[in-house]
Design a protein around this ligand. Structure first.
Ligand code: 5GP
Length: 121
């Protein structure tokens, strides 16, 4: 499967669709999920064209990998849900069909602001 340039997050990255931005740097963009599942529900996406976590692990540069991990942590801090600034959160990436991934651009969900609950239904 090749990367679909018309996926919704590619459009957000190109500025063709608006988002409620939380944070941006050279490697990542973070914004609020349009359909929040918890009090705080943010998304963190790499700027590179990666379909999912496996694709990213195989093709991303070390700088992009560090950028994504640091981005997640920075966003959590900014939202007041990190261990330093709050009470913790859940970072989750759905991967492909069985993982329930709907948008084919790698993204981490950050859930917090309240107890997140059971890990898997
Ligand atoms: P997935 O199921 O692929 O892991 O998650 C996709 C997420 O993207 C869902 O939580 C969905 O609500 C969110 N989403 C889909 N379209 C948009 C959009 O246009 N803007 C924003 N901010 N989030 C979106």
């Amino acid at each position: 499967m090749s990367y679909d340039d018309n996926n919704i997050f590619a459009k957000i990255l190109r500025g063709e669709i608006p988002c409620k931005k939380i944070y941006e740097d050279d490697h990542v963009l973070s914004f609020h999920d349009i359909n929040p599942q918890k009090k705080i529900h943010a998304l963190v996406i790499p700027k590179g064209k990666y379909i999912d976590f496996d694709d990213f692990s195989q093709k991303a540069s070390p700088e992009e990998m560090v950028g994504l991990l640091k981005g997640i942590s920075l966003v959590a801090k900014k939202l007041g849900i990190s261990v330093d600034t709050g009470k913790g959160y859940r970072a989750l990436a759905n991967i492909s069909e069985h993982g329930g991934q709907e948008v084919p651009h790698l993204h981490f969900h950050l859930f917090g602001g309240e107890k997140v609950g059971k890990m898997v239904e």
